[in-house]
Design a protein around this ligand. Structure first.
Ligand SMILES: Nc1ncnc2c1ncn2[C@@H]1O[C@H](COP(=O)(O)OP(=O)(O)OP(=O)(O)O)[C@@H](O)[C@H]1O
Length: 270
């Protein structure tokens, strides 16, 4: 009943152009089976574009995306959708679906056209709603949910798909702090292979085994959070000052962030 055993995701020289503009190029990324890899980088650096090339919304102009050795772009759509589930940034507010129906869309790759839900479908949907704490949203119109509620229902859809690979684009968008932790705990506990774009560097440090830094459409650094999240790199890539300390509870790197050149002496408000 659980997702198949996770395999490795490999991006090999991926390049994507949009409207004749090169957005990302020469991207080599390897995510081991069951590994959680974070993609970090400033606005416009190409994170979403790259993820779309992985979850088959934007065909790369060159390079390959392989999962478990198979070229994801050559797989029949249904087979690909049994391997990879995505939590994209796009909003589906236009769809007239309930929370349950949205989560149930995750079962589409496992069913024939117009086939009724099987016991396994219902179990997968129910478990996904329960794990994401969204059972109470099942009967509500998806379009009327709050941003955070939508995000959690979309995660339920991805989990109901029961794929061994998850691609997450800003999964903590709209979520309050408790739900940010809960979502990433849930994803971590799932044991899936994960590639996720994250803006929050501390969450990236806390939940990812390794990080890739994207800047100007290229990978400029990669390694463990300890290796990547240095004061120098954060200053160069994000233009802010970071003091790196160890989280006293977890031992993971934790960044105390401030503007690069504090003005007004950095006095505390009030
Ligand atoms: N159709 C398009 N034509 C030209 N440029 C585009 C097109 N779509 C996106 N871009 C540009 O591609 C670049 C990368 O966008 P992308 O959304 O991948 O970045 P991102 O790193 O995910 O950004 P953010 O952190 O703001 O979400 C941006 O400069 C964006 O303006």
């Amino acid at each position: 009943m659980s997702a198949p055993k996770p395999a490795a995701l490999v991006l090999d020289g991926v390049r994507v152009d949009l409207s004749g503009v090169r957005i990302v190029s020469g991207i080599d990324i390897a995510v081991g089976p069951g590994e959680r890899v974070g993609l970090i980088g400033p606005n416009g650096s190409g994170k979403s574009t790259l993820l779309r090339a992985v979850y088959r919304h934007l065909r790369p102009h060159s390079g390959g995306v392989r999962y478990g050795g198979a070229d994801l772009w050559r797989l029949p759509p249904r087979q690909a959708a049994r391997a990879i589930a995505a939590l994209p940034q796009e909003n589906h507010a236009d769809l007239e679906l309930t929370g349950y129906e949205m989560a149930a869309m995750g079962r589409t790759p496992h069913k024939g056209p117009f086939a009724a839900d099987t016991d396994e479908d219902r179990a997968a949907i129910g478990e996904a709603l329960r794990r994401t704490g969204t059972e109470h949203l099942a009967g509500r119109a998806f379009a009327g949910l709050s941003g955070g509620e939508k995000q959690r229902v979309l995660l339920a859809r991805a989990l109901a798909q029961r794929t061994p690979l998850l691609v997450l684009d800003e999964p903590t968008n709209h979520l309050d702090v408790r739900h940010q932790f809960e979502l990433l705990d849930l994803v971590s506990a799932s044991g899936r292979t994960v590639l996720a774009a994250l803006h929050d560097l501390n969450l990236a440090a806390a939940y990812c085994h390794r990080l890739y830094v994207l800047d100007g459409g290229r990978v400029t650094a990669a390694g463990t959070p300890e290796e990547v999240l240095t004061e120098r790199l954060v200053a160069e890539v994000f233009g802010v000052h970071a003091q790196v300390v160890a989280n006293p509870r977890t031992g993971r790197p934790h960044l105390i962030l401030n503007p690069a050149e504090p003005s007004g002496g950095g006095a505390a408000p009030g």
